[in-house]
Design a protein around this ligand. Structure first.
Ligand code: RIB
Length: 298
């Protein structure tokens, strides 16, 4: 069984579905409200676990009702929570999400996620040493992301760095990542470049291999210096929240099959994920992913 360690955030998502996004100072009547589990770290853990991986999560929640619910959900998915702290003096992370016009807008309050320190990463060293791949994102302190990338590199465990939400990152530790998995806007931000630059040119400037996601258009990556494109799988979009997380979780699970297969399966998993509401709502099981891909080959 593939072993994945995820170092990242755990949030309660407060989701409002609206007919359109409100303007500044405007009040709109929404269509639906729901409270569902999210957070990029938790989402990527769930994506990988549903696809059959053995997953351990390094993170933190507050000692509150959201935290308890989030831990119950993760345990139900079979995720090892030995390295998830419950903090008495912090609330759980939250994300206020508006879903409208086939897209989303998100404000994250990190709360307990801000306390996922380098020391907590180091405490998971033995677990990381046994992993086939490590996933890390940017909703935890930057120094903990750096600690994860450095530790993975030292232990010779592939690290997938998903630079979301994006911020400029030092080339020196980007170079230690096995894969960087941004969208175009994130790649430009990470490299301190211009979002209007051609994305292929941006990819060439990165000091590590890049797998670039482009929503419904699929993903781009390079093999032996050649840019490759995996087209997206057309589906009816309900909610794009968590599509990137599903992509990353699946990429980590199927990396051992080679990058081409891993990107293809990650694009298919991400496509399935957007067909249901909520970040984790549409994440497929390995059986559902297999059936989807078989139907597309027929
Ligand atoms: O990537 C989607 C996630 O971003 C949401 O679940 C939300 O919690 C934010 O972290």
């Amino acid at each position: 069984m593939v072993r994945i360690v995820v170092v990242g955030s755990i949030n309660m998502d407060l989701v409002t579905v609206a007919p359109r996004f409100p303007g500044a100072g405007e009040t709109l009547l929404g269509e639906r409200f729901l409270t569902v589990p999210g957070g990029k770290g938790a989402n990527q853990s769930v994506a990988a676990a549903r696809l059959g991986a053995e997953v351990a999560l390094v993170g933190a929640v507050g000692n509150d009702a959201f935290g308890a619910g989030l831990l119950r959900g993760l345990a139900h998915e079979g995720i090892d929570l030995a390295h998830v702290a419950t903090l008495d003096d912090s609330g759980s992370g939250t994300a206020s999400i508006t879903v409208a016009e086939g897209d989303n807008r998100i404000i994250v309050v990190p709360a307990a996620n801000a306390r996922v320190t380098p020391a907590r990463v180091e405490a998971a060293r033995a677990c990381i040493a046994r992993a086939d791949a490590v996933l890390v994102q940017m909703e935890i302190p930057r120094e903990s992301v750096e600690a994860t990338v450095r530790l993975g590199h030292r232990l010779d465990v592939p690290v997938i760095l998903n630079p979301a939400p994006a911020q400029p990152l030092p080339r020196e530790w980007l170079a230690l990542a096995s894969y960087l998995t941004p969208n175009q806007h994130e790649l430009a931000t990470v490299l301190d470049g211009d979002a209007d630059d051609d994305f292929r040119a941006l990819m060439e400037r990165a000091p590590c291999p890049v797998v670039l996601t482009r929503g419904g258009e699929g993903a781009w990556y390079r093999v032996h210096g050649q840019a490759q494109h995996q087209p997206g799988f057309p589906v009816s979009v309900v909610d794009t929240t968590g599509a990137g997380d599903t992509f990353n979780g699946a990429l980590a699970v199927y990396l051992h099959e080679g990058l081409e297969q891993a990107v293809r399966k990650a694009c298919a998993a991400a496509a399935l994920s957007v067909t249901r509401l909520g970040a984790q709502g549409g994440m497929p099981t390995s059986h559902e992913l297999g059936a989807f891909l078989t139907a597309r080959q027929a």
